[in-house]
Design a protein around this ligand. Structure first.
Ligand code: ADP
Ligand code: MG
Length: 260
């Protein structure tokens, strides 16, 4: 059965999409069947794996609101073993439309339950908010991976996120775990980056990944080529570190006795 990891942080620009796309691609490159789920109306994960949004007839919006089965909306990508459930701007309406529907928080969970057995990992890219789309992702997930950008105020807002995680654990998904906290966009030349790293480690201790994602120009260029970093430049530092992160995720899963 696939393990479902939600990549979440209500702050924008912290590296959620970059992490979801590249962790997904690197898990796939290590011979795992992976489904990337784009749950952000901006659809950056969708275009980031080379899907033209104009070519997408049905997207995750239809799955959440119309009871369309996800397997009808899954597309292959340029990376072997990596599929995507895409998002288009249509998804922006879902946040409001879902408010008045039955079982609005468990729509994604129910949908992913129907495809879970075909994948080793399902990685969900969340929008930059703690609204219904993120709640759906946290309700569907086995664990949440939190990217934290190495900058001033890195920890700001995290208590709100952790509070939401606790509420979801209490009311919707008892089994939800913290997968790990990922430091992103580290500029090792500055003291600031190193200070933030220490601060985040003090707070989250062993939940912080040993892999730290540095600032890497190739990582920021890859999306405009519609390719995960391992396709765009597999020799770059960005490709190396996301491969390391994938190994750490796999290793941590084995350590706690998951079957993946
Ligand atoms: P989010 O999904 O949290 O909003 P993104 O993953 O889209 O964040 O990242 C925000 C911006 O920073 C994007 O333009 C992305 O290409 C860039 N970026 C992300 N990670 C890195 C990195 N490690 N090095 C350089 N640029 C990065
Ligand atoms: Mg994003």
């Amino acid at each position: 059965m696939g393990k479902i990891i939600a990549v979440a942080n209500q702050k924008g620009g912290v590296g959620k999409t970059t992490t979801a796309v590249n962790l997904g691609a690197c898990l796939a490159a290590q011979n795992h069947q992976v489904l990337l789920v784009d749950s952000d109306p901006q659809g950056n994960a969708t275009s980031g794996v080379g899907i033209e949004k104009g070519d997408v007839e049905q997207c995750i919006y239809d799955v959440l609101t119309e009871d369309v089965e996800p397997r009808q909306v899954v597309y292959p990508t340029g990376v072997e073993n990596l599929h995507i459930l895409p998002a288009t701007i249509q998804l922006a309406g879902a946040e409001i439309e879902l408010v008045s529907t039955i079982s609005r928080e468990v729509r994604l969970k129910r949908a992913l339950d129907t495809v879970k057995e075909h994948y080793d990992y399902i990685v969900i890219d969340c929008p930059p908010s703690l609204g219904l789309l993120t709640i759906n992702a946290l309700t569907a997930a086995d664990s949440v991976l939190i990217p934290v950008q190495c900058e001033y105020y890195a920890l700001e807002g995290l208590s709100q996120l952790l509070n939401t995680v606790r509420l979801v654990q209490k009311h919707l998904n008892k089994a939800l775990k913290i997968e790990g906290v990922l430091l992103t966009m580290l500029d090792a030349r500055t003291n600031l980056g190193l200070q933030v790293t220490e601060e985040v480690k003090k707070y989250f201790r062993d939940k912080v990944y040993q892999t730290i994602i540095p600032r890497n120009v190739r990582l920021s260029e890859a999306p405009s080529h519609g390719a995960p970093i391992i396709l765009y430049d597999h020799k770059s530092r960005g490709a190396e570190v996301y491969m390391e992160l994938a190994k750490e995720v796999i290793y941590n899963g084995k350590r706690i006795g998951e079957r993946n």
